[in-house]
Design a protein around this ligand. Structure first.
Ligand code: SAM
Ligand code: SF4
Ligand code: SF4
Length: 341
């Protein structure tokens, strides 16, 4: 397949596509979808508003033709989307996708892990913020069962997923005491920890810089007990700064979008469950692809739309965070559960 060399306003190519398949979730993580805000802020999409699998496949093929090689399914909780395994199989069959991944809260993983693997999923990322059952409950709105999540991760380890990542969002004074527990628990095992700085995505989590635990502090903390050394990036646009344990027992990654923004190499486009294309996690709104799809646009018209959105892209929110928050503190941003991480 001949690829377009599509670039945005800052010469960043389009390489990754994150597809949100549902905006609903069975957790209510305080940093994403806090329960107390539920009634006021959240109105979930109706199933007929979701892109159908056929629509997702059609758009994905057009994104692949525009340069995308990596796909990540996300949500909301993607495993709540009925028949998700079928979608994974259909995506796997698209030529040109070299990496097919899924991000999940892990609650339903033990039920679906084998089928996802068989359908062709390459990689899985499980979100897990603490090993302390009490804090786990506090952080996800008293919804999940820690044991189930850990069981799901173990099943994934046993069935040969290429990569298993564990996303940990840290909040100072909430779960920062869990860092070393998580490090010791996963050290020497297949799952790789990725500590993510708490971000000001959306409007409902009442983010404050004081809750962010900077990567530098974390690296020092871990390094004191388990010496680390930095690893070179494997590819352009790699989000996590990776370190390996000097004793050879694996690696750990850090995503520092607050203290060390990486907008300069951001190659990620996103589609929400209702079919809007977003060019940044911190965007206010996206461009509707579903309407032209359902009104009979042909592939050339849809491709032209996708390309023009990407070519106009000038997002670099994380690099401008301080200024934006100072001058337009109440600006509307899409919620994380609407477009996925
Ligand atoms: N429900 C799935 C899950 O939790 O893995 C997939 C969707 S969730 C929105 C994707 C990722 O975003 C998760 O790893 C989650 O921890 C992360 N996330 C959500 N809100 C965040 C925030 N405010 N700052 C940093 N990461 C966040
Ligand atoms: Fe649900 Fe994931 Fe958001 Fe938590 S982070 S509320 S699991 S979508
Ligand atoms: Fe990409 Fe926007 Fe995040 Fe910058 S702030 S890295 S442009 S998603």
């Amino acid at each position: 397949m001949i690829k377009n060399f599509l670039q945005d306003a800052f010469h960043r190519p389009l390489r990754d596509l994150r597809i949100s398949v549902i905006d609903r979730c069975n957790f209510r993580c305080t940093y994403c979808m806090p329960d107390k805000e539920d009634a006021r802020h959240f109105s979930f999409l109706k199933p007929q508003e979701w892109l159908s699998f056929e629509e997702i496949i059609r758009l994905t093929k057009l994104f692949v033709a525009a340069g995308v090689t990596k796909i990540r399914l996300t949500g909301g909780e993607p495993l709540l989307r009925p028949n998700l395994v079928e979608l994974v199989g259909k995506l796997r069959a698209i030529e040109g996708i070299r990496d097919l991944a899924l991000t999940t809260n892990g609650s339903l993983l033990s039920r679906y892990a084998h089928d996802l693997k068989d359908a062709g999923l390459d990689r899985i990322t499980v979100s897990l913020d603490t090993l302390d059952a009490r804090f786990f409950h506090q952080m996800n709105g008293n919804k999940g069962d820690l044991k189930k999540v850990l069981e799901g991760i173990e099943i994934c380890e046993g069935i040969g997923f290429e990569t298993i990542k564990i996303n940990v969002v840290l909040q100072r004074g909430v779960n920062d005491h869990s860092v070393m527990d998580l490090v010791w628990y996963f050290k020497g095992r297949k799952p790789v920890l990725r500590f993510i700085e708490y971000m000001d995505v959306g409007n409902c989590n009442h983010w404050d810089l004081r809750y962010v635990v900077p990567t530098r502090e974390l690296v020092d903390l871990i390094n004191e007990q388990l010496p680390l050394r930095p690893l070179a990036a494997k590819e352009f646009g790699e989000v996590a700064a990776r370190y390996e344990f000097v004793d050879g027992s694996g690696e750990v990654g850090f995503i520092s979008s607050v203290t060390q923004p990486f907008c300069g190499t951001c190659t990620r486009g996103r589609i929400s469950a209702e079919g809007k294309m977003y060019t940044c996690l911190f965007a206010g709104d996206g461009v509707d692809l579903r309407a032209p799809l359902r009104q009979g646009a042909d592939d050339a018209q849809l491709s032209a739309l996708i390309q023009s959105v990407w070519q106009k892209r000038a997002d670099r929110y994380s690099e401008l965070r301080a200024q934006i928050r100072k001058h337009t503190p109440h600006t509307h941003k899409v919620e994380m559960f609407q477009i996925g991480g």
